[in-house]
Design a protein around this ligand. Structure first.
Ligand code: 4FV
Length: 251
């Protein structure tokens, strides 16, 4: 997979994109990642990339001529999808990460200041992604979040140690609890079911814990999570328990 990033701060990518899983993916040529400095496409002697907004109002806006020139140069004749990181985009999630992990090539455009001249969207952007409903100083951190979440979905990137298929959200649920040695820590032990060696029982326990945690933390996810009949029954018992808890608390 090839990912090109257009940014005013390419050095921000140096360390995070050369560590751990990212380094392995690049070292094994599963991923080709290139950063391009948008300022290199500002042709005036001061390499100006932003200007004051028409109609007044504070802040600076990224210039359309510079950013579109950068996008068109990096895209060239490729069919790469051009993705803008901004708070106006559709909120990034697991499904989008899996979708992008099936692309051969895409380009991420990182903003700064007040944002982009609107004509950049009209002329050169295929899609807009937001990593969440808050405002960052720049799109770089958002781009790194997207790259990390996408690359770990590429088959073969997460070797034996981690299967992205076991991740939270991979099956529409949050992950259940994990335990490792020591068997006891500060008086807290490990659920016996996990040391009993009964794999089927452990698998069912893990699913139930994932359903319980999703019910407690993100119940809205359960609307679309694929559950078996017995898991739906388990969920109903959780709902009944919480209703009873509520009643008791109101006594
Ligand atoms: C953002 C987000 C984000 C807005 C102005 C950078 C900043 C400047 N990007 N998800 N949330 N971007 O806040 O992706 O362009």
């Amino acid at each position: 997979m090839r990912i090109d990033v257009l940014t005013l701060f390419p050095d921000m990518f140096t360390v995070p994109m050369n560590e751990s899983m990212m380094w392995k993916a690049r070292d094994r040529h599963i991923l080709e990642l290139y950063t391009h400095n948008i300022r290199d496409y500002a042709l005036d002697k001061h390499h100006v990339v932003d200007d004051t907004p028409y109609g007044g109002g504070g802040g600076m806006v990224l210039k359309p001529d510079v950013v579109v020139r950068a996008i068109e140069d990096v895209k060239g004749v490729s069919k790469a999808r051009v993705i803008l990181l901004s708070p106006q985009g559709s909120v990034f999630n697991h499904a989008k990460a899996v979708e992008l992990s099936q692309q051969d090539h895409f380009i991420l455009v990182c903003g700064h200041y007040e944002g982009f001249d609107e004509r950049i969207r009209q002329l050169a952007i295929d899609e807009e992604i937001s990593i969440g409903d808050y405002v960052l100083t720049g799109g770089e951190l958002a781009a790194m979040v997207v790259i990390d979440a996408v690359v770990r979905q590429i088959p073969g990137v997460l070797g034996a140690e981690g299967g992205a298929d076991r991740d939270s959200h991979a099956d529409g649920l949050l992950e259940g609890p994990h335990y490792t040695r020591p068997a006891e820590f500060r008086g807290l032990g490990v659920p016996e079911i996990l040391t009993g060696g009964h794999h089927e029982a452990m698998t069912q326990w893990r699913r139930e814990q994932a359903i319980r945690r999703t019910w407690q933390q993100r119940p809205e996810l359960l609307r679309s999570a694929p559950l078996t009949e017995s898991e739906r029954y388990f969920l109903a018992t959780l709902a009944r328990e919480s209703a009873e808890d509520c009643q008791e608390r109101m006594m």
